[in-house]
Design a protein. Structure first.
Length: 127
């Protein structure tokens, strides 16, 4: 049994831990990076810092909400499917943020898609 779980002399569980570590690090790093872009967003679109910070707040609120929802759903449907949904939400949100033009798009893309996507894959990967 132990020989089946080894791949090239490395226990397969450590590969899963490393992949989860990388995914969580990239996801949280990209979510925290919006603060770095606050001044460029302010000058490019003319939005106030409070309005941009409100988009960041929506992302954190959706992260917490979706963590609860997708945590329960991962028990029912399996982690693989939930992580795939979260990755798709996160990827679509990041792509959409590159094309945003109005403030409501920041709220929708960063708040719902990026925050919800990270919430979807954070709970299964940390467990």
């Amino acid at each position: 049994m132990e020989a089946e779980q080894r791949r090239d002399g490395i226990f397969y569980g450590w590969i899963i831990v490393a992949a989860a570590f990388i995914i969580i690090g990239l996801g949280m790093g990209l979510m925290f990076s919006l603060g770095v872009f606050m001044e460029p967003l302010e000058t490019a679109f003319g939005w106030g810092r409070g309005q941009i910070a409100q988009g960041i707040l929506y992302g954190w609120l959706m992260y917490g909400t979706f963590s609860l929802v997708f945590g329960a759903l991962s028990d029912r449907f399996g982690m693989r499917r939930i992580i795939m949904v979260g990755g798709l939400m996160f990827g679509c949100g990041m792509l959409a943020l590159s094309r945003m033009q109005t403030l409501w798009q920041l709220y929708l893309f960063h708040g719902l898609l990026v925050g919800g996507g990270i919430g979807a894959f954070m709970v299964p990967l940390t467990s």
